[in-house]
Design a protein around this ligand. Structure first.
Ligand code: HBI
Ligand code: FE
Length: 291
């Protein structure tokens, strides 16, 4: 995918996989794809995302139209939380990814999807990475969580617990929900950047929705090919950040080597349940049944 982007392909990445964005080389059509995706998501999200997401879009001028120039985002973002966004060619190795996060650099794909892939992508493009992830990096507590996650990732590699930590990323950074009053709102980038999951994740009766629980999440598998069958909701970004402020060593100690995984639809003693899903979507075979 990155390979199909000539500006990406023309560059040899640095050792940390960074490349130059070369913003002036995006074509009019690439900017038009961004605008279509942007306008579509704003429409479909309505007020389904957390307020901090919309605040971030506005604070970083991501609502200006066209693919953002990372240099301009970074001027603002640096001031707000000390984060910056860098371009990378494609998925990068875990250790390098974590090292960037631990140093408050968020790696974003340079390329943007084509019109034949408006709804589904194998590798994160700049729309997913920047529209989905970057607004919350303007939120100080979430920004601290991402840095802590990066440092945690480096340690998880040493403990051979990457699988467990990757699940935490998946169920928070990518597919996390937040309780706002008695409603579920979206903060996960994988949802916020998806036309169909934006609605499914909060409105559909199929999936289970439970309260966030760090160790439980670390032992819950996830789906990469379809909507989630289970979502976890936090009360606040403080709750998320605080959960990472403990020594993970004892957790990793009992998880190392063990491959204990809870079934996707299993409800455990101690789960705080918001709703038990019908699983109608998954049982019908899934894959965007009525999308
Ligand atoms: N590389 N570009 C990029 N983007 C990611 O989200 C990413 C990655 N490499 C590894 C990785 N994610 C995983 O380690 C985490 O999602 C756990
Ligand atoms: Fe992502």
């Amino acid at each position: 995918m990155g390979i199909q982007d000539p500006v990406t392909a023309a560059q040899t990445p640095a050792e940390d996989f960074q490349i130059e964005q070369r913003w002036s080389l995006y074509t009019d059509d690439e900017h038009a794809v961004w605008r279509e995706l942007y306008e579509r998501q704003i429409r479909v999200l309505k007020d389904r995302a957390v307020p901090e997401f919309y605040d971030g879009l506005a604070a970083l001028n991501l609502n200006e139209g066209g693919i953002p120039d990372l240099a301009r985002i970074n001027e603002k973002l640096m001031d707000l939380t000390g984060w910056e966004v860098i371009s990378v060619p494609h998925l990068i190795p875990d250790d390098i990814f974590f090292d960037h996060l631990a140093n408050r650099r968020f790696p974003a794909g340079r390329f943007i999807r084509g019109r034949d892939q408006m709804d589904y992508l194998q590798e994160p493009d700049i729309f997913h990475d920047v529209f989905g992830h970057v607004p919350l990096l303007a939120q100080p507590v979430f920004a601290n969580y991402m840095e802590a996650y990066g440092r945690g990732g480096i340690r998880a590699l040493k403990w051979d617990c990457l699988k467990n930590l990757a699940r935490l990323y998946w169920y928070t950074v990518e597919f996390g929900l937040m309780r706002v009053g008695d409603e579920n709102k979206i903060y996960g980038a994988g949802i916020v950047s998806s036309r169909t999951e934006s609605v499914f994740s909060v409105d559909d009766p199929s999936p289970n929705r439970l309260h966030f629980d760090l160790e439980r999440i670390m032992q819950t598998d996830y789906r990469i090919d379809d909507f989630q069958q289970i979502y976890f909701a936090i009360d606040s970004f403080e709750e998320l950040f605080e959960a990472t402020q403990q020594d993970f060593a004892p957790i990793y100690d009992y998880m190392t080597g063990s491959d204990k995984v809870f079934d996707l639809t299993e409800i455990l003693e101690g789960d705080k349940v918001y709703n038990i899903g019908t699983q109608a979507y998954a049982n019908a075979g899934g894959r965007f049944a009525d999308a």
